[in-house]
Ligand binder design. Structure first.
Ligand code: PLP
Length: 675
């Protein structure tokens, strides 16, 4: 394989050529945004060369592929991690230097795709990086939200939400794949007829939304694998019809287009919380139906209609219950479109689906009103009813007469569709995201399911990619580690344990401390530039950054700071190691108490700043707009990591791991992956 003709010289020529052809500018005349695009599309060209080879290989090998379905992917910026995974950072840095361009300035021009709320979406993104780096064929599937998670401003100490129009300047990394566009149907009714003694189900009077996929390549670290993140965009089938323009009906024509396209307009901003809004149900069905149609099409292309082979070639992973409608959708496609019988279709589903549970919090358990599902997805609802009927029959045999218990375990009961029960009943694997969380699922949340199918349950602790959360965000610490123990840990991060003896090594510790100090300076600069706040880099940096939630207990941290403040102001002899507390957190716009906690933290910051003795020992910074890019500067600068969740509530946490990986000391409760 020709590894690359992307050496320093050809990278330079590519950038110069692109600026010339697309912008009619020289490097000196071009804006930073134009240079960003020229560099990014050079990186993309390099990826595409691998991608073509990888795609041909998949066609020949016909190996099994994982489809990871998630309503959120919190990817962060791509350019630097792509260079890193191509093992080309030195070439790009050098090429740009010779063109008089500073790479770090250009990286900031990339808008961050914030297609996720917090941990669940970031986990999906980390998994994609790891799958490609482990040479495992996988496709991530999600919604191409036109507006990702809101941008947060702090005005007079309070959160203000601004729209995140991340696609405004185009997206270098994605390509539309028109040949895989398909239709998704909503509403209408189902006619049942008989043909050759078999029931036929015909969906009529539905309305159609077109699903258009955009693919983003996912490169593995120093591997030949290039996987894909496929994002589905909703389009109206109706094009503006010029005759209705002539009849003065253009407003009506555009309204119908708007209605269809609103499906992929915006990400719901709630983390660990679910709301039974109809638009959200439509979003879920929209992207799972489009994905399943594609999976079937691709399977048939590679293997024909050999359905028995399906579970050996396809694995569908459901990231929390949001994509759970993929289950009845696969049943529908196999039966109504491909002519399989119920038992065969149900067996394929069981063998194909795997489900990860992310939380035990009651307000996050997804349930849909029966009437809403019946009205919007009539055929899917019929399938859910039949799945439920058969499930309840089996449960009756296991628990005769125990209506209460069966109602708790049913797919449909008390007027609602219970997505978690659907996912557990129809998957072969159900995992919790840490040992503690897995145990709680078995012993409490899904206790009765564990009695009937104990073999399904397991605990698989979440993880993070050290390529983004160490190598990319902390290059200095990365060099120190390589100088100390070599580079094996890059392929096998377990090898980081070889650092253990250096905990007591004076020279190593001095180098480590120096790097921490430089990373603190980098954060101090960011805070000054963004929010015009001065922070003394000699203070201990104590950080709590994650979504704002009562269970995560930012309030507990804030109250501790208030206690310290009270001690300082009431006792002139009190002294302490000066400490700067950083908070980074978005609150869901409708979560009143979370927003009041942000207000409280900002009030505390002002209280301290206004007290001449308190500000010698304490500083509070509320960092605006916490996102992946902010985390990449904040975490390497941290010395204390606050992981204070009410024990049992944080199923795993992944922020905790990022801080540890960057050498912060954890203050935490025995919860999730902290354990
Ligand atoms: C890792 C990450 C999270 C998850 O943090 P937790 O502490 O596990 O809740 C949330 N948001 C961003 C931007 C992250 O990078």
């Amino acid at each position: 394989m020709p590894t690359t003709q992307f050496d320093k010289e050809s990278i330079k020529q590519s950038i110069i050529g692109k600026l010339q052809r697309y912008n009619g500018r020289t490097v000196q005349e071009a804006s930073e945004q134009q240079i960003y695009k020229a560099v990014a599309s050079t990186v993309r060209d390099q990826i595409m060369q691998k991608f073509t080879i990888a795609r041909d290989e998949r066609k020949n090998n016909k190996s099994k592929r994982l489809y990871y379905l998630s309503v959120e992917y919190l990817m962060g910026r791509s350019m630097y991690c792509n260079m890193l995974n191509l093992v080309s950072t030195d070439e790009y840095r050098q090429a740009l230097k010779e063109l008089g361009i500073n790479l770090d300035d250009i990286l900031k021009e990339e808008p961050e795709p914030g297609l996720g709320n917090g941990g669940l979406g970031r986990l999906a993104a980390c998994f994609l990086d790891s799958l490609a780096s482990l040479d495992l064929p996988a496709m991530g599937c999600t919604i191409r939200y036109e507006y990702g998670l809101f941008r947060q401003k702090i005005v007079d100490g309070q959160q203000v939400e601004l729209p995140d129009s991340w696609l405004e300047n185009g997206n270098v990394w994605e390509m539309p794949v028109m040949e895989d566009a398909c239709e998704v149907h909503f509403g209408g009714h189902v006619d049942i007829s008989e043909e050759d003694g078999k029931q036929k189900f015909i969906h009529r009077d539905y309305y159609t939304v077109e699903a258009v996929p955009y693919d983003m390549p996912i490169v593995g670290y120093n591997t030949s694998t290039v996987n894909t993140l496929r994002t589905w965009s909703a389009r109206s089938k109706k094009r503006i019809d010029l005759s209705s323009f002539g009849q003065g009906k253009y407003a009506q024509a555009s309204e119908e287009i708007e209605l269809a396209e609103v499906i992929s307009k915006v990400l719901y901003p709630e983390d660990n919380h679910y709301e039974g809004k109809m638009l959200r149900l439509k979003q879920h069905y929209f992207f799972t139906s489009a994905t399943l149609q594609y999976i079937i099409k691709d399977f048939k292309k590679l293997h024909g209609a050999n359905w028995a082979l399906f579970p050996d070639k396809v694995c569908i992973h459901i990231n929390d219950t949001h994509p759970g409608l993929a289950i009845p959708e696969l049943m529908r496609l196999l039966m109504d479109e491909e002519g399989l019988g119920w038992d065969e279709a149900a067996d394929i589903c069981q063998k194909t689906f795997a489900y990860t549970n992310h939380t035990i919090m009651a307000e996050a358990l997804e349930k849909w009103p029966e009437a809403m599902v019946r009205q919007q997805l009539p055929r899917i609802f019929m399938i859910l009813e039949e799945l439920n009927r058969r499930l309840c029959k089996d449960l009756w045999d296991a628990f005769p007469g125990e209506w209460e218990r069966i109602g708790q375990m049913a797919i449909i009961s008390y007027g609602q569709v219970h997505m978690a029960n659907l996912c557990i009943a129809m998957s072969h694997s159900v995992n919790g995201v840490s040992q503690l969380h897995g145990d709680i699922l078995k012993e409490e949340t899904f206790h009765d399911y564990n009695l009937v199918s104990p073999e399904k349950f397991s605990a698989i602790t979440n993880g993070i990619t050290h390529r983004r959360w160490l190598m990319s965000c902390n290059p200095k610490l990365t060099s120190l580690i390589c100088d100390t123990i070599g580079t094996d840990w890059i392929r096998e991060p377990e090898q980081l344990s070889a650092l253990t003896p250096y905990a007591e090594d004076k020279a190593f510790r001095e180098k480590f401390a120096k790097i921490k100090q430089e990373n603190k300076q980098r954060l101090v600069k960011l805070v000054k530039n963004r929010q015009n706040i001065d922070v003394d880099p000699t203070f201990v940096f104590d950080v709590q950054s994650k979504r704002l939630h009562e269970y995560k207990r930012q309030m507990l941290n804030a109250l501790h700071i208030l206690v310290l403040y009270n001690r300082i102001v009431s006792d002139d002899s009190f002294t302490m190691e000066p400490r700067a507390f950083f908070f980074g957190a978005k609150a869901s716009p409708g979560y009143y108490r979370a927003k009041q906690i942000i207000r409280f933290i900002n009030g505390l910051a002002r209280l301290i700043d206004n007290h001449p003795r308190a500000r010698k020992f304490l500083k509070v910074v509320f960092l605006e707009n916490y996102d992946v890019s902010t985390a990449e500067v904040l975490i390497p600068a941290s010395e204390i990591s606050e992981q204070l969740s009410t024990a049992s509530k944080e199923a795993s946490g992944t922020g905790n791991m990022k801080f540890m990986m960057n050498g912060a000391v954890t203050i935490g409760t025995m919860d999730g992956a902290n354990v």
